[in-house]
Design a protein around this ligand. Structure first.
Ligand code: FAD
Ligand code: PYC
Length: 417
C-alpha cells in the first residue's frame, strides 16, 4: 500500500485549494457597465449570454451573492414542458422549449435535455375537464398534447397504480411528449461558460445591497464586495429575493416568497422513463440519469426567505407518491432540500420595466421557472437591450396588476401555488 507523509498530504491539499481559489477568482470589476444583471441563476446567466451574443453589448456583468447556479436553478426538479393554458403563457414557454431543443449545441455544453414526456394526472371530473380544455388550447397553439385514459397511462408507466380503489383514483392525464427534464447545474454552467467566452464579467460572492439612484433613475448598484458599480441599465433576476431588491429601490412588487422543497432517493436501476405530475395530490416524480428518484412537493403556505421547507409538506408528498407508486415504499431517500420561490397572484412571471428608470425586473416565476430559463433570458435580454419590450414579454409587465389584464395560470404547474 502506498504511504503518504503528512507533508505530501498537506502539499496535495494546498494545490487543490489553490486550484479551487483560481477557479473562483473573479475578474477585476470595471467601474461602469452598460448592463448589470443581479442574480447568477440560470435566468440571469442566460440573459447575459443573449445580451452579449445577440445584442452585441460589450460591458456586461452578472453579480451573484453566492455562487453561480446555487439558488433555485440548482435546487429544482428540472421539469420542462410548455402545456400552459393561455396563449400568452403557452407562447412564452413554447419559445423556451424550442430553445431547449438546440441548447446543448448552442452552448457546446451537454445540458442533458431529455424529451421523455410529461404526464399531468387527473383525479377528479373537474381535473379531466381542465385537462381536455388545456390540451385543446395547446393544440390550437401548435403545442403537442394528448388526453390519455388510465389504460393509455399504464402503457407509458407500467408501474403506476391505476386501481379504482385508491383515495384519489387516476381518471386520466394530459401527455406532452416533447416535455422532459434537463440537468439543472449544467444549464447554469453552460450559459456561464458561454457568457464568459463572450466577455461577460461573472462576479461571484458579490451581493447587491442597494441601488445608486438619481431622482427616479438608477445609476448603479451598491455591493458588499466592490462598493458601488455604475450601470446604464440594471436587470434584477433574483427569484425569491425580488421583493428585497424592489425594497432597495423604494417600491413593492406583487410577489410572495415561499419555500418549495424536493428530495431524491438513493440511485436505483432505471424504472421510470417519463415525468409524472399530479396537481391534485401534490407530488411529481421522475428518475434522473444517475438513477435517483427525483420527487418534488408543493410550497409551504407561510412566507419567508429561508431555503428550507417543513416536514408535514414532505410527508404529504411522499404519501401521494406512494399511492401512485406503492412499490417505491421501500426505496431509501437520500437528500432533501428547499429553495425559495416568488409567486404572483396570477402564477405568471413579471418581465420588464419597473417604476424606476433603467431598472428592470424578471421575477415571479414561482414554482415553474426552470423550464423557462432559455426563453426568459432571451426575452429579458431583448427588454434590456432595446427601448421596445419584445412581444412575448409584453403581456407580463407590471402594468397588468393595474389594468387587470392578468394571465391566470393557476393550476398550470403540477404543484400548489
Ligand atoms: P435562481 O436560480 O434562484 O437565481 C437567483 C440568484 O440571485 C441566486 O443565485 C441568488 O443567490 C441571487 N441573489 C439573490 N439576491 C441577490 C443579491 N442581493 N445580490 C446578488 N445576487 C443575489 N421550475 C420548473 O420549471 N420545473 C421544475 O421542476 C421546478 N421544480 C422546482 C423545485 C424546487 C424545489 C424549487 C425550489 C423550484 C422549482 N422550480 C421548477 C422553479 C425554478 O427552480 C425557478 O423558477 C428557476 O430556477 C428560477 O431561476 P432564476 O435564475 O430566476 O433564480
Ligand atoms: O412547473 O412543471 C413545473 C414544476 C414541476 C415541479 C415544480 N414546478
Amino acid at each position: 500500500m502506498q504511504r503518504y507523509s503528512a507533508f505530501s498530504l498537506f502539499k496535495h491539499a494546498l494545490s487543490h485549494h489553490q486550484h479551487w481559489q483560481q477557479a473562483w477568482r473573479n475578474p477585476e470589476p470595471k467601474p461602469y457597465y452598460d448592463i448589470i444583471i443581479v442574480g447568477g441563476g440560470g435566468h440571469g446567466l442566460a440573459t447575459a449570454y443573449y445580451l452579449a451574443k445577440e445584442h452585441n453589448i460589450k460591458r456586461i456583468a452578472v453579480l451573484e451573492k453566492g455562487y453561480l447556479g446555487g439558488g433555485n436553478t440548482g435546487r429544482n426538479t428540472t421539469i420542462v414542458r410548455s402545456n400552459y393554458l393561455w396563449d400568452e403563457a403557452a407562447q412564452l414557454y413554447e419559445h423556451a422549449l424550442k430553445l431547449w431543443e438546440t441548447l446543448s449545441l448552442e452552448l457546446n455544453y451537454n445540458v442533458m435535455f431529455s424529451q421523455r414526456g410529461v404526464l399531468n394526472l387527473g383525479h377528479t371530473l373537474q381535473d379531466m375537464r381542465d385537462i381536455e380544455r388545456r390540451v385543446s388550447a395547446n393544440r390550437l397553439n401548435g403545442i403537442d398534447g394528448e388526453v390519455l385514459d388510465p389504460a393509455g397511462i399504464k402503457k407509458i408507466v407500467p408501474l403506476i397504480n391505476t386501481s379504482k380503489n385508491t383515495r384519489y383514483p387516476i381518471l386520466g392525464a394530459s401527455w406532452q411528449p416533447r416535455g422532459g427534464v434537463a440537468r439543472h447545474d449544467a444549464v447554469a454552467w453552460g450559459y456561464a461558460r458561454a457568457a464568459d467566452a463572450l466577455g461577460v464579467d461573472l462576479l461571484q460572492g458579490c451581493g447587491v445591497t442597494g441601488f445608486d439612484l438619481a431622482g427616479d433613475q438608477v445609476k448603479g448598484v451598491q455591493t458588499d464586495r466592490y462598493g458601488t458599480l455604475g450601470a446604464g441599465r440594471v436587470g434584477c433576476v433574483v427569484a425569491g429575493n425580488s421583493s428585497v431588491l424592489a425594497g432597495y429601490a423604494g417600491f413593492e412588487l406583487p410577489v410572495e416568497s415561499h419555500p418549495l422543497q424536493a428530495l431524491v432517493s438513493e440511485p436505483i436501476k432505471p424504472v421510470l422513463d417519463t415525468v409524472v405530475m399530479s396537481n391534485q395530490v401534490h407530488g411529481y416524480i421522475s428518475q434522473s440519469d444517475k438513477g435517483d428518484l427525483v420527487i418534488g412537493a408543493g410550497i409551504d403556505s407561510y412566507t419567508g426567505y429561508g431555503q428550507r421547507g417543513s416536514l408535514p409538506v414532505i410527508e404529504h408528498t411522499l404519501a401521494a407518491i406512494l399511492e401512485l407508486f406503492p412499490m417505491f415504499s421501500r426505496v431509501p431517500m437520500n437528500r432533501q432540500w428547499g429553495g425559495i420561490v416568488d409567486t404572483t397572484p396570477d402564477a405568471c412571471p413579471i418581465i420588464g420595466k419597473s417604476p424606476v428608470d433603467n431598472l428592470y425586473f424578471n421575477c415571479g416565476w414561482g414554482t415553474g421557472g426552470f423550464k423557462a430559463t432559455p426563453g426568459s433570458g432571451h426575452v429579458f435580454a431583448g427588454c434590456l437591450a432595446e427601448q421596445e419590450i419584445p412581444a412575448l414579454a409584453k403581456p407580463f409587465g407590471l402594468d397588468r396588476f393595474y389594468s387587470g389584464a392578468l394571465v391566470d395560470e393557476h393550476g398550470a404547474a403540477g404543484v400548489a401555488h
